[in-house]
Design a protein around this ligand. Structure first.
Ligand code: HEM
Length: 444
């Protein structure tokens, strides 16, 4: 349907509507902004889907199963909402932050008293960033167990891995900006890892931190990456990711549609044999003649398992978005983002921990050779994840028919979780084993 058709279909909008709202809806200004009719009919909803910019991201109709929470747990959507919250709060913080070693820490302190809602916005920004790392990771785990990375979504999985790496880079570059002891040493530990890459390790580390030691050049580089390069890259790749989800369709089971074949979508009573008693059809049958029993064939009525996106999915998304915003706001009100003393290269805090999402890596490093633990294992893991859809040739999507892949992935996942929990909660000064109930050395 062309835009012109949509416009024409809008001709009669508000004709029957009395009063001020009718006049408003009939006005040229209104109709130039909202080209679709407001009628709540199947046709009206379809036209709204075609012609509204925001609804256009969605298909007009979706399989009913997409509405179930357990299809995706809305994790991809929640990741997107968190990213939006980060963009908005980050923009606010940009107005008061100077990426200079002399000023950054003071700006952070000023947020507490000298800037309207400054501390709250910083808190929300920080908790949203931590949550985004967690939720994006969980989204990846969900996609894996659902087998949703299989044909035709292989390359969207690869885009997903890029998004995960970008999310980590986002969080890590932001970590340095408060320029306090926590920031300084977490980033020192993190960037020291790069040194272990054979041949290019040292030059890469220099490029990243702009010298031998973290200082003004590092702060400026991390700032530029955090507020310009990474947002631009993430927005671009996220655009392609969502566009592909839209084009490939949601990976839910449907009868004879898409990558997920036949499934137990309930068949309606139409499949009942045609020679069944007339009462079965509500008495709506006529006897037209006497024919051979064999000449009557029972044909199942096609099943329409779709519903309109607007309002069914859109309303759910609005609720989830508001819920996500409420959670990060509550976290921001309840817990303040940490700010330790001013960054001091001469005083190493004990323990100097990397951010929690790299604590598993730090734990590995404490046990193995740095080249193995810091470079070879993470690089192999990233490569295995990137190429997973091409290595896993089994077309089945149900977990029970993918025992090898599911077992391997579950082992890797458990290892990563155990290492992260140990590194985050059970390590103290000198990387000694200290249970969290004896002393809490968790830095967020
Ligand atoms: C910034 C991070 C990300 C955002 C905002 C995001 C967003 C989304 C959204 C909104 C969907 C639609 C279904 C849903 O709500 O779950 C989706 C689907 C998908 N995502 Fe992501 N995603 C991100 C990262 C990832 C990662 C890390 C992976 C995997 C490595 C991934 C792989 C996929 C795949 C394969 C689909 C299609 C599966 C389906 O249709 O059920 N995404 N993503």
């Amino acid at each position: 349907m062309s835009d012109q058709d949509v416009l024409e279909s809008n001709e009669g909008v508000g004709v029957d509507e009395p009063g001020l709202s009718g006049r408003l809806h009939r006005s040229q200004v209104w109709r130039s902004m909202f080209r679709h009719p407001q009628q709540d009919t199947p046709r009206g909803r379809a036209l709204q889907g075609f012609s509204n910019f925001f609804l256009h991201v969605y298909p007009v109709k979706i399989p009913r199963r997409v509405l179930r929470n357990r299809y995706s747990w809305r994790l991809g959507f929640i990741s997107g909402v968190l990213f939006l919250i980060l963009l908005i709060t980050g923009l606010y913080l940009m107005f008061v932050y100077t990426p200079s070693v002399g000023a950054a820490y003071g700006d952070m302190q000023r947020l507490k008293t000298g800037v309207g809602f400054g501390q709250l916005i910083r808190n929300v920004h920080r908790w949203s960033a931590h949550l985004m790392v967690l939720v994006v990771f969980l989204h990846m785990v969900r996609v894996f167990y659902a087998g949703a990375y299989k044909h035709p979504r292989e390359f969207n999985w690869v885009f997903g891995i890029m998004l995960l790496l970008l999310t980590l880079a986002f969080s890590f570059t932001g970590y340095l900006l408060p320029w306090d002891q926590l920031a300084y040493w977490a980033v020192t530990v993190g960037t020291n890892l790069v040194k272990y890459v054979p041949l290019i390790g040292n030059p890469t580390q220099n490029l990243l931190i702009g010298g031998d030691q973290i200082g003004q050049s590092t702060l400026l580089r991390f700032y530029a990456l955090h507020v310009a390069v990474l947002p631009a890259a993430l927005v671009m790749i996220l655009g392609i990711h969502i566009w592909r989800v839209r084009k490939d369709g949601f990976a839910v089971r449907r009868s004879n549609v898409g990558a997920f074949e036949e499934d137990a979508v309930a068949q309606p009573a139409a499949a009942a044999p045609a020679h069944a008693a007339p009462e079965l059809y509500g008495g709506r049958v006529r006897l037209l003649g006497v024919v051979d029993r064999e000449s009557i064939t029972a044909e199942a009525r096609p099943v329409d398992d779709t519903v309109f996106t607007w309002p069914h999915l859109v309303v759910r998304h609005v609720v989830v978005a508001l819920g996500t915003a409420a959670v990060v706001l509550a976290l921001g009100v309840a817990f303040s983002a940490p700010l330790r003393g001013l960054a001091n290269p001469n005083v190493t805090p004990e323990p100097a921990k990397a951010p929690w999402y790299f604590a598993g890596l730090q734990e590995l490093l404490s046990r193995f050779d740095p080249l193995v633990a810091g470079i070879l294992i993470p690089a192999a893991a990233v490569m295995a994840f990137v190429f997973l859809p091409y290595l896993d040739r089994n077309p089945a999507t149900e977990a029970r028919n993918r025992k090898v892949a599911v077992t391997l992935f579950s082992i890797l996942l458990s290892l990563a979780v155990v290492l992260t929990v140990v590194g985050t909660f059970f390590r103290g000064p000198g990387w000694q084993w200290i249970p969290p109930w004896d002393h809490w050395y968790v830095e967020l």
